[in-house]
Design a protein around this ligand. Sequence first.
Ligand code: IDP
Length: 137
Amino acid sequence: MSQRTLVLLKPDAVRRGLVGEILGRIEKKADWTISALELRRLDREVLEQHYAEHVGKPFYEPLVEFMASGPVVALVAEGERVIEGVRALAGPTDPIAAAPGSIRGDFGTIVRENLIHASDSAESAEREIKIFFPGLA
Ligand code: IDP
């Protein structure tokens, strides 16, 4: 089942020079392709759309501040079960609970600065791709 997903390499990943490492893990999965890729800074408006489900939660404001603190790499990956697959590469939200071998498990320690965002469903993927790459059909 070919799918597409929206991935963000968060400001901590860019700052720490982990873009190549993380991108490489996605790129090396058989038959997945990266169909859009951009380094960009996110403003509050974009972040509010992207994290709409979290507006008002206690972690929302610090999350937005963190996500606007430096450039991110936004990308669209396509391929067989890519939505579930990139989530599996990333590991669970809390990097300490994430297994070694996953991106968050290998490189993260704190929940907010967990290196990567990946869409969690086909509906989220289409919604998020529209936010970041409105030109993609
Ligand atoms: P996900 O990114 O693993 O799908 P979500 O629950 O959608 O996790 O949360 C979005 C992002 O908000 C997380 O990736 C993390 O950066 C941040 N976050 C979530 N829960 C907390 C928390 O309890 N404290 C601090 N930051 C959090």
